[in-house]
Design a protein around this ligand. Structure first.
Ligand code: SF4
Ligand code: SF4
Length: 181
């Protein structure tokens, strides 16, 4: 794979965990923004940000959906921060086989945060706009980054399906379904 270096605007959302109150408005607006048609429904299971809840310990951790991984980690770690103990996987962004997070509930396809880039008129991602507690802070910076080929969303979805069912079954099914059109 050819890798080149070029300047790029890197978009990030900084999370201030201490300010999150667990209201889950971010989950509602993200799933609604990505509904087809847009805003036609909302279902937090389709959200690309999920808030890990531990109300009895007064812990709420917003986590953004990151990359799809085909295999779960062999080892996991616990975190203790300021005397509060967070479960293993609490800060992990991966869509992985060990949990139901970041999977489209009907198809099982992986979900990934796309920074709401489908609407270029937005000055800030929707979840940031809807977080009234200011727990999500949008930032942009210019950085020199390595740029290689990146997988498109459809390729990531196909890879996940192939891992689950095998390429042959996927190809046979696609061939059978295309004959119906
Ligand atoms: S909208 Fe903000 S305060 Fe509410 S759950 Fe999401 S990150 Fe936390
Ligand atoms: S930035 Fe957009 S896509 Fe990402 S979690 Fe927030 S609302 Fe969802």
């Amino acid at each position: 794979m050819e890798v080149t270096r070029k300047k790029k605007i890197v978009k990030t959302i900084r999370i201030d965990v201490d300010k999150c109150n667990g209201c889950r408005a971010c989950e509602v607006i993200c799933s609604s923004f990505h509904a087809i048609p847009k805003y036609s429904s909302n279902n937090p299971e389709r959200s690309r940000i999920r808030v890990i809840h531990y109300p009895l310990r007064d812990l709420y951790v917003p986590v953004y959906a990151g990359e799809y991984v085909a295999a779960e980690c062999a080892g996991r770690g616990m975190y203790t921060i300021d005397g509060k103990e967070y479960d293993e996987c609490a800060f992990c962004r991966a869509s992985c086989p060990s949990r139901d997070l970041f999977k489209e509930p009907d198809s099982g396809l992986p979900l990934k945060c796309d920074m709401c880039e489908s609407d270029p008129s937005l000055t800030e991602p929707m979840c940031v706009q809807w977080c009234l507690a200011d727990a999500l802070i949008y930032e942009e910076r210019e950085e020199e980054v390595e740029e290689g080929e990146t997988l498109e969303e459809i390729e990531i979805g196909l890879e996940a399906m192939a891992h689950k069912f095998g390429w042959q079954k996927l190809l046979d099914t696609a061939a059978r379904m295309s004959k119906k059109d």
